[in-house]
Ligand binder design. Structure first.
Ligand code: TRP
Length: 337
C-alpha cells in the first residue's frame, strides 16, 4: 500500500499597501512558485496589516485584487496553493487579539519596523502599528506552518512570533507549532536602484529607484539606465557588496532574472563597463516581467474567475484556521458556542 506522506506546510503574506515591486517578485513570489509540489502552501493578501498606515479605500481594493492576479500570473496555481484575502478569514483578527494579550509592551516597542514606521508616520502612531507583530503571529500560528518565507526585514517579527508561541505553549501545553523563518539566499533582498543601502520598497514613490511588476518596458529601462552604480571610477562589473553595493544589487537582479552566477556575469561584462551593463540588466528585467504583466492584465479582466479563487481560498484557509482557533479558545477557558 502506498504511504501517504503529510506535506510540510508553508505560509506567507504581502501587504497590499503598495504595488508589487521587482523586489517582491524576485525576493519572494518567484521562490514561492517553485515550492508548490513540495509544500502545502498558503499565501494571502495582508489587508488587515495594510491599514496600520492610512490607505485610500479604492486603491486598497484594486491593489488587493491585483496582487491576487499577480500571484497567479507569477505561477502560483490556485489549485495547488491556497490563495486568500486576510480579512476574509476572520480567525486572523480573533487570534491576533488573543496574542496581543501574550505580547509584551517592551517586546513590541523594540521592533525595528515599529520604530521606523513611527518615525515616518509621526502623526499616526496608532495601536495597530504597535501590535502589528501580534497579528502577524496570529497569521502564522493559525496554520501551524513548518516554514515561513520572509524577507530579512520580517525576521524579527517571526522571531517574536516564536517567543509569543513559546509563552503561550508554556502556559497551556503544546498548542502552537514553532515555525522556522526562511530567508531565500539569492534575491532575498533587492535594494532601491537609487539608494542601494535601502530595500526596494513598494510604499515609496517612483523617484526612489523602484521598479513595479506592472511597469511598462520604457519605464523599466529608464529606471535601470539611471541606476546608481558606485562612486569609484573603475567602471568595473565586480561583485563587492561592501564597497560597490549598487553594482552588487544590479548583479543580484541580473542573476535572479537570467540564472547566471556572479562569476559568469563578471566575465560577460569584463571590460565593458556600466554603460553596457545597466541597460542589459534592464532588458533582462523587462523580459522577466513581460509575461507576468500581460497575464495579470488578462486575469484582472476576469472578475468571476478571481472571485472564485479568493472564495475558494478563504474557505480552505478558514477550515484550517478554525481548528486552531477552537483549540486556543478552549485552552483559554472561553465557553464553547
Ligand atoms: N509583515 C509582512 C510584510 O510586511 C506581511 C505579513 C503579514 C506576513 N502577516 C504575515 C508575512 C505572516 C509572513 C507571515 O511584508
Amino acid at each position: 500500500m502506498e504511504e501517504v506522506v503529510q506535506k510540510k506546510r508553508m505560509l506567507s503574506g504581502i501587504k497590499p499597501s503598495g504595488d508589487l515591486t521587482l523586489g517582491s517578485y524576485l525576493g519572494a513570489i518567484k521562490n514561492w512558485a517553485e515550492r508548490a509540489d513540495e509544500y502545502d502552501c498558503y499565501y494571502f493578501m495582508a489587508d488587515l496589516h495594510a491599514i496600520t498606515v492610512r490607505q485610500n479605500p479604492a486603491d486598497l481594493r484594486r491593489r488587493t485584487l491585483e496582487q491576487l492576479a499577480q500571484y497567479i500570473a507569477c505561477g502560483l496555481d490556485p489549485e495547488k496553493n491556497t490563495l486568500f484575502i486576510q480579512s476574509h478569514v476572520h480567525q486572523h483578527a480573533e487570534l491576533g487579539w488573543v496574542l496581543q494579550c501574550y505580547s509584551m509592551f517592551g517586546e513590541l516597542s523594540r521592533m525595528t519596523q515599529f520604530k521606523d514606521k513611527s518615525a515616518k508616520n509621526a502623526d499616526n502612531i496608532n495601536g495597530g502599528l504597535f501590535s502589528y507583530p501580534s497579528l502577524m503571529a496570529g497569521d502564522i500560528l493559525l496554520y501551524q506552518p513548518d516554514l515561513v518565507p520572509v524577507g530579512e526585514d520580517q525576521k524579527q517579527h517571526v522571531e517574536l512570533c516564536h517567543t509569543i508561541a513559546r509563552r503561550f505553549n508554556g502556559v497551556y501545553g503544546d498548542v502552537f507549532k514553532i515555525p522556522e523563518p526562511f530567508v531565500p539566499k539569492v534575491g532575498a533582498r533587492i535594494m532601491s536602484l537609487t539608494n542601494p543601502l535601502a530595500k526596494m520598497s513598494k510604499s515609496e514613490n517612483e523617484d526612489t529607484g523602484r521598479v513595479l511588476v506592472m511597469d511598462p518596458p520604457e519605464v523599466i529601462m529608464k529606471q535601470f539606465k539611471r541606476a546608481i552604480t558606485d562612486s569609484d571610477t573603475t567602471n568595473c562589473v565586480r561583485y563587492d557588496k561592501e564597497n560597490k553595493p549598487g553594482v552588487a544589487n544590479l548583479m543580484t537582479i541580473y542573476s535572479a532574472c537570467t540564472g547566471k552566477t556572479f562569476e559568469q556575469i563578471e566575465q560577460e561584462f569584463d571590460g565593458l563597463g556600466y554603460g553596457v551593463f545597466k541597460p542589459k540588466v534592464g532588458e533582462a528585467v523587462v523580459e522577466t516581467l513581460r509575461p507576468i504583466r500581460e497575464e495579470t492584465l488578462r486575469i484582472m479582466k476576469d472578475k468571476a474567475y478571481l472571485e472564485g479563487v479568493f472564495r475558494d481560498g478563504a474557505q480552505r484557509a478558514s477550515y484550517v484556521a478554525e481548528k486552531t482557533l477552537r483549540k486556543v479558545y478552549k485552552k483559554l477557558g472561553f465557553v464553547a458556542k
